[in-house]
Write a protein that binds this ligand. Structure first.
Ligand code: NAD
Ligand code: DAU
Length: 378
């Protein structure tokens, strides 16, 4: 079946993996990557697919209602996978307005344009889908069962299954009450509510998914794992917030992209699905794994760079623990993560070390010239 799908935020970290998967897997689909190219958008993430006939790029701000409505009509868009967002919690603490504008008003603008265009068609909402990608952070934070003096029941190289249930028996479920704490998560929560409101009020076919922390190639090096890989490589200090005791639930980005593909095609309209790998790690433990892996791959003595760890002032409102229960997705649609964490982290560190040019261009800001050289005069 031919389809025309807009993927917003396709030049970002997760979006670029979703675009790559769809372009390669569905040659009959027309995949439109719509991105404003903020500091987080990098078209070099998609060099391997940019010349494929079923791929196109449109530089656009999701807040530009008129431009998006026009695009929907001209291209006969029947599916939207919405990833464009401001995504970094630390930036949201410094500049909450930008997060409200892009994440809330931008999402509302897309919803309204989709509604108007699809309602104008004879078949209306038949065969259409607005799929909104959200985060587990909307659920707030979970308690650590034993926050003081935890003695992990595993080594830092323990398998993912040993990390499951390591820090508490409670999880985020699809039914968990929204309790966002940061301006970022508050803006994502608000956008989730707008998406559901458009379904409940107008019947717009929507799906929302809430995913845990992603890691893997092409992540902007302001986020923990790529930032630390780059710093270890250059022997720069590693700023660990607080005591490094916070827990995050890590998923390899390609597994998230596979889940998005599955849910886009087989998910039930109006549903919410949680996506996560049952793979909880305390920050300090994951940091040690990253240090050991970088050291080993660079031919240094493993653990040689542990003294780069520098405890710094904690993030304001720092959520203690995130842990996703993705049983619904696993049982109803048969998804499961394909990679063990050890494999995923090895693959990730190797990628950043082997893709020095990509990393250097991002750190120096040169990546922002890629659009001018490749697209501006097309
Ligand atoms: P990212 O910051 O790497 O990429 C965001 C992309 O959105 C960039 O390409 C940027 O240019 C684009 N963008 C930003 N503002 C825009 C605007 N106004 N108009 C058009 N494009 C705009 O983000 P990411 O980590 O890939 O996250 C993608 C989505 O997944 C976000 O919605 C995020 O909330 C969600 N999410 C992320 C994670 C994670 O661990 N990274 C986990 C769960 C959910
Ligand atoms: O849970 C999903 C979320 O994961 C996504 O919705 C967000 O878009 C994504 O950025 C991520 O949010 P986090 O705040 O968890 O990710 P970050 O990489 O910024 O931080 C991971 C943990 O590491 C967190 O507890 C803060 C800590 N940290 C982070 C940085 C950047 C440090 O200790 N030092 C650092 O320098």
């Amino acid at each position: 079946m031919k389809r025309t799908i807009v993927i917003t935020g396709g030049a970002g970290f997760i979006g670029s993996h979703v675009v790559r998967l769809f372009v390669n897997k569905y040659p009959d689909y027309s995949i439109i990557n719509l991105d404003k190219l903020t500091y987080a958008g990098n078209l070099a993430n998609l060099k391997d697919v940019e010349n494929k006939p079923n791929y196109s790029f449109v530089k656009m701000d999701i807040c530009d209602f008129d431009a998006f409505y026009k695009l929907m009509c001209e291209k006969h868009v029947d599916g939207i996978i919405h990833l464009a967002a401001e995504s970094h919690v630390d930036r949201s603490i410094k500049d909450p307005f930008t997060f409200a504008k892009t994440n809330v008003l931008g999402t509302l603008s897309l919803l309204q344009a989709a509604k108007l265009y699809w309602e104008s068609l004879p078949e209306k909402y038949e065969g259409k889908l607005f799929y909104h990608i959200s985060t587990d952070e909307v659920y707030g934070a979970l308690e650590m069962t034993n926050p003081e003096g935890i003695e992990p029941p595993f080594s830092t190289t323990a398998s993912s299954s040993e990390h499951h249930l390591a820090y508490g028996k409670d999880f985020f479920y699809e039914t968990t009450k929204y309790t966002p704490h940061s301006p970022y998560s508050a803006s994502k929560a608000s956008s989730d509510h707008f998406v559901r409101a458009f379904h409940d009020t107008y019947g717009l076919p929507t799906i929302v998914t809430n995913c845990s922390n992603n890691y893997g190639p092409y992540q902007f090096p302001e986020k923990l794992i790529p930032l630390f890989i780059n710093n270890i490589k250059q022997r720069k200090p590693l700023p660990v917030y607080g005591k490094g005791e916070n827990v995050r639930d890590w998923l390899f980005v390609e597994d998230h992209a596979r889940a998005i593909d599955l849910i886009f095609h087989k998910g039930n309209v109006a549903e919410t699905y949680n996506i996560g790998g049952f793979n909880e790690w305390k920050n300090i433990d994951i940091i040690k794994v990253v240090i050991n892996t970088v050291d080993r791959l660079l031919g240094r003595k493993e653990g040689e760079d542990l003294d780069l760890i520098t405890f710094v002032t904690d993030r304001l409102g720092h959520d203690a623990r995130y842990a996703i229960d993705s049983t619904k997705l696993q049982k109803e649609l048969g998804w499961e993560p394909s990679l063990q964490f050890e494999e995923g982290i090895e693959k990730t560190v190797r990628w950043y070390l082997e893709n020095e040019e990509w990393l250097n261009n991002v750190v120096s800001g040169d990546y922002e010239k890629y659009y001018d050289s490749m697209y501006k005069n097309r």
